[in-house]
Unconditional design. Sequence first.
Length: 133
Amino acid sequence: MPFDQPLPRELKAIDTASLFRLEERAGDLGLSQRLESGWVRANAAPDATHYLRPALWHSLSHRPDVPRQLRCELLITLRAGDRMLSLLDVLPDDFAPLPRVTSREEGLEVGRLLGHAPPVGEQLSRNDTDPRP
């Protein structure tokens, strides 16, 4: 993938099963920004929609075998209905086919939520349950 490729400007809406797959893939590849998949399985709302918004390109210079990733902001909905902000590294080939948010209203609302949602790590470190690997 060319290094001058622009960052995708798409907001993606994913179901919980897709979130599990993306988190597990990030874990299998040893990507640095992800949540512990057991924590995600225990805490993500099963029927919720979660959102990914690319923030930057990221690469592992010490691991040239791992393709460049999109470091995405993740708005995750928890079982209790709370929404929290995390980061998730996603390969471009995994990101591209995910469903896009096409509604302007939904996009604006998600953008507002991304700007105000508490970070997962900060929020949960208060409870001594850090969900990061």
